[in-house]
Structures are given as structure tokens and as C-alpha cells.
Design a protein around this ligand. Structure first.
Ligand code: AMP
Length: 481
């Protein structure tokens, strides 16, 4: 199967050649002819399947073939997406695929000033990619009217509902022309999505390209059971042992992001971060620096989990499992895209067993576990199965033993030692210093309850080349100046 045989016009074919896309992916094979013929679509396709080109290519073609030209403050194709990052990436796809076609494309989203967006809408745009809230703001201020919209695309519809956009979506549907083409893409098809599809699609072509919710099989995935407090050290150990140089690191909280970023920075990696509190331009900059490999490690919270378009990313490390199982699939979707193969490793502590069970049920496989010598969990992670069962309940954590201090000696870290004791206290990182790549010290907040120096279980082998943080023997040799 070739792109030409799907009926795409020459300028698009040339752009695809420049991008070295040789054959259409399954979702493209199904979607392109259907969209070209003006049909509605309901597609179960997750990130990494090539869905963006599946709708962007045929829509660009229709825009060149169908009139009338766009009027001021109007859009002809409207693409709704859940996040700003995805808005920018979908826009980039339209720009790349549509090079030389003389079509105007724009992305609008919240968190940045509305005025420049209003200015750009004055002339009208052929393709408007938008998050729902900002789109409605622009519409209320008459910066965009919907009477020329011929196609509506809902990208990651499930995520938009997860993020609470149902009201905004309904308001947009009500304001659009009833005669239009509608394309709905969603990773999952919950009852809510089905109800929405029922109300807005007309005789849709149904497309399901991979078993819903299955992660791509070419991605090597495994779990390392570990106690929560040892996660940061285990991360450093895995990076050093495996000589991993470029990874997307996911962690649950903003504090966790800051903590790990400072730790990685101190170890000599070039680090940047993405989280909800970061202004949009800084987030986009971080992503760009990571893509161009100016940055080795990108540490992110869930906010970045969906929609990041990073080609050929070899590695995702989940320092924390996501709370919502579906987000695991989306995180892993960053690796192993369209032909590339990937690695995804998750550091899992006992508390996270229910999340692990939910993920395994969703992806219908039990993830292999590989303990890392020197980091075996004191708090056992209960066995799970692909049916979503926890096979055994976790044992109650043992009472910590208080080591007997030799007369005259100082007591080192015991489980009862306060993590912020004077001995282990760290200075807060200077604001902005991590992203700027300047020397930093770890933040004073301690999201992993790290107890330094980490007491090694007696008789266990040393933890590879990595020495725990704060160990006076060092071990954080700078790999980069
Ligand atoms: P998506 O699922 O739309 O996020 O696309 C996933 C990735 O696959 C993007 O980085 C695209 O550039 C790439 N891609 C899409 N279609 C193809 C294709 N037919 N051949 C090679 N790469 C592709």
C-alpha cells in the first residue's frame, strides 16, 4: 500500500517523501480515503499510530479542493485537543504535511496572552487547532465565528472528557453548523465517549487499528520493585548501569519533578522539566531542547504525558506509576512510535500495587519484574495478574530496628532518622537554576522520604557504579562539564 494509492495529491506526496514516510500506517490506510470522501469517522487510535497524519493529510487536500476561501475571523477546519502541547504538535504536523499548499494554520490555547491569537485570526485561518476553553473565549469575543467550519476533529476525545471539558465541548457542538464532517479520535471508548459519538457523528466509518488499550508490543517493558525512599537512587543506578543518556522521566508530583531534576543535574546530566505550574513558553522550550538533544533528561508530571510528539525516543522511566491506568499507555506511547523500538521501565513500590494491577488489566499482560541487586524492596510489592487482581495483600511493614550505636560512635541513618536532620539537610534549589543547567543542590522538600545516607541491607551486593546521594564517598562524577 502506498500513499499515492490512497488518492493523495502530489504536493502532499512530496512532503511525505521529504519526511521519509514510506508506507501508510493502518489508521492512515483506513482514515485517509474515508475523510477524503467526506465521511464521519469514529477511530479508536492512540498516540503513536500515526493518527494525526490520518486526519491532517486528507483534510489539507480537501481544503485545497473545496471552496470558498476563508473569510476574516473564520476557520474551515477546527481541531479540538486537550492540551496546549498537543495543540502545538498537531499544528506542526499540519504545517509540515501542508508545506507549499498556501493554507493558513494556527493553534490557540489558554495560558498565554489572547491578543496575538485574536490578531492572527483577523485574516481567517484554514485550520484552527484549539483547546476548548480558549476557543470559546475567542468565540465570545467575536475573534472567531463558526459558520464556515466544514470539518470538526476531536483529537484525544477521552482525554478532553477526563480533563472536564464536557461542557465546553457541548457549547462548541451547539455553535457549529449542523452540516459538517466530524472526526472523532479517542484512545478509549467509554460510555461517555460513545454517548458523545452518538450525538455528533452521522453514519461514521468505524476504525480500530490496534486492540484498544494495548501498548505496542515492540516496546520492552518491565517493572523494578523497590521501596519508595530508594527510587531516586535506583533511577541514578539504572541510568549509570545501562548507560542511558536520553530519557523521559515521569514522576507523580511537582515536588518530585524538582527533586529528581536537581539530582540529575547534580550528577552531570543536562536536565529540563515540564509540569503544570510552568508557563507555556517554558514548557515548549523544554520539549524543544529535549527533542534536539540539548537536554538529556526531561522530567515531567502527567501534564506532559499525553500528546508529546517525540520521535524515536528510546526510553521512558516511570519513577512513579500514574494514578490513572490509561496514562501508562499514553506515557509508553512516547516510545516505540511508528517503527522505532523503545524501552519502558517502571519503579514500583508496595503502595503502588493497586495501580500496577489496574495497568496490567488494561494492557492485558502481567509486566515482568526484575529486581535490581542492592535495591530489593523491604516492603514487598504484592503479586499482580493481568486480570487486575492483587494476588496477595502486602505484608505489614516490619517495625524498624534501631541499630545499637557503639559507645562513643555517632548514629548514622536509621529508619527513624528524620530525613531533614541537620546532617542530611539540603539547601533549596535556586529558582530556575535546574532549567538553566547551573549547579544546584537538591530541593529541601523530600517527596520520596529519602533517608540519607541510604542504609544498605547487610550482605547485599553494592549498587553498581552509582553511589547513593549524599554519600561522602561521592559517586556523582560529572559526565558533562
Ligand atoms: P501520531 O500517532 O499521530 O502521534 O504519530 C506518531 C509518529 O509517527 C509521529 O512522530 C509521526 O511523525 C510518525 N508517523 C506518522 N505516520 C507515519 C508513517 N506513515 N511513516 C512513518 N512515520 C510516521
Amino acid at each position: 500500500m502506498s500513499f499515492a494509492s490512497l488518492g493523495l495529491i502530489d504536493p502532499l506526496l512530496r512532503n511525505l517523501q521529504d519526511l521519509n514516510y514510506q508506507t501508510p500506517t493502518p489508521v492512515q490506510t483506513r482514515a485517509i480515503p474515508a475523510v477524503l470522501s467526506g465521511k464521519d469517522i469514529m477511530a479508536a487510535a492512540q498516540t503513536g499510530t500515526g493518527k494525526t497524519a490520518g486526519f491532517a493529510l486528507p483534510l489539507l487536500q480537501r481544503l485545497t479542493q473545496l471552496g470558498p476561501a476563508v473569510s476574516s475571523n473564520r476557520a474551515r477546519v477546527l481541531v479540538l485537543v486537550p492540551t496546549r502541547e498537543l495543540a502545538e504538535q498537531v499544528l506542526q504536523s499540519f504545517i509540515e504535511y501542508g508545506k507549499g499548499l498556501d493554507l493558513r494554520c494556527l493553534a490557540t490555547y489558554g495560558g498565554v496572552s489572547i491578543n496575538p491569537q485574536m490578531m492572527k485570526l483577523r485574516k481567517g485561518v484554514d485550520v484552527l487547532v484549539a483547546t476548548p476553553g480558549r476557543l470559546l473565549d475567542l468565540n465570545r469575543q467575536n475573534a472567531v465565528q463558526f459558520d464556515q467550519v466544514q470539518t470538526l476533529v476531536l483529537d484525544e476525545a477521552d482525554r478532553m472528557l477526563d480533563l472536564g471539558f464536557a461542557r465546553e465541548l457541548n457549547a462548541v457542538f451547539a455553535a457549529l453548523p449542523a452540516r459538517r464532517q466530524t472526526l472523532l479520535f479517542s484512545a478509549t471508548f467509554t460510555d461517555d465517549i460513545r454517548a458523545m459519538a452518538e450525538s455528533i457523528l452521522r453514519g461514521p466509518v468505524n476504525i480500530s487499528v490496534s486492540p484498544p488499550n494495548a501498548t505496542a508490543s515492540r516496546i520492552k517493558q518491565w517493572v523494578v520493585p523497590v521501596d519508595k525512599r530508594n527510587k531516586p537512587d535506583l533511577l541514578m543506578h539504572l541510568l549509570a548501569e545501562n548507560k542511558w543518556k536520553h530519557a523521559l522521566v515521569f514522576v507523580k508530583t511537582r515536588n518530585g519533578v524538582d527533586y529528581l531534576a536537581a539530582m540529575l543535574d547534580e550528577a552531570g546530566y543536562a536536565v529540563d522539566t515540564i509540569h503544570g505550574d510552568k508557563p507555556q513558553p517554558a514548557r515548549l522550550r523544554a520539549l524543544e531542547r529535549f527533542k534536539t538533544r540539548e537536554v538529556d533528561m526531561l522530567v515531567a508530571t502527567d501534564v506532559a504525558a499525553r500528546g508529546l510528539d517525540i520521535d524515536d525516543l528510546p526510553l521512558v522511566i516511570n519513577v512513579d506509576l500514574p494514578i490513572v491506568a490509561q496514562d501508562y499507555v499514553h506515557r509508553i506511547g512516547r516510545t516505540g512510535r511508528a517503527g522505532a523500538s523503545g524501552v519502558a521501565v517502571s519503579l514500583v513500590c508496595a503502595d503502588e500495587a493497586p495501580q500496577l494491577a489496574a495497568i496490567e488489566a488494561l494492557i492485558r499482560q502481567t509486566l515482568p519484574r526484575e529486581e535490581e541487586p542492592g535495591f530489593e524492596a523491604d516492603h514487598r510489592v504484592p503479586q499482580t495478574s493481568a486480570t487486575g487482581q492483587l494476588i496477595k495483600k502486602p505484608k505489614k511493614p516490619k517495625k524498624p530496628k534501631v541499630p545499637q550505636a557503639a559507645p562513643g560512635s555517632m548514629q548514622v541513618a536509621s529508619k527513624g532518622l528524620h530525613p531533614q536532620s541537620a546532617k542530611n539537610k539540603r539547601k533549596p534549589a535556586a529558582q530556575g537554576a535546574v532549567a538553566a543547567g547551573k549547579g544546584t543542590s537538591l530541593p529541601s522538600s523530600n517527596p520520596f522520604n529519602v533517608q540519607k545516607p541510604r542504609s544498605k541491607p547487610a550482605g547485599k551486593p553494592a549498587a553498581g557504579s552509582h553511589k547513593p546521594a549524599g554519600n561522602p564517598a561521592g559517586g556523582r562524577s560529572k559526565r558533562r562539564p
